[in-house]
Ligand binder design. Sequence first.
Ligand code: SF4
Length: 107
Amino acid sequence: MIEAERPLGLYVHIPFCEAKCAYCHFAIDPRRPGRPRQERYVAAVLREMAGAEKGLADTLYFGGGTPSLVGADLLARVVEGARSLFAAARHGGGHDRGQPALFQLFV
Ligand code: SF4
């Protein structure tokens, strides 16, 4: 019996916060990002995804940082990019690259 391919979980780090908490050791930049900076960051994330080894994914995590400091439309761009590059696996087993499927999203 061939074991089914186990779907990936994708993690996208959003490195922006409004301030650096004293106890925090995450890689963040404590300056609220303006729209041009948000767009540059999202473009870089999409380039990195395009160059990554491909596989099936069923989960997309946004961590940070403070993901809500990035515009919802830009986060949606990341979700769409991930869906097109990592054909989302169907929940409950199996997958079909021709069928759009949803990621579980965690922020
Ligand atoms: S990631 Fe969380 S703990 Fe760290 S600086 Fe930002 S808000 Fe504070």
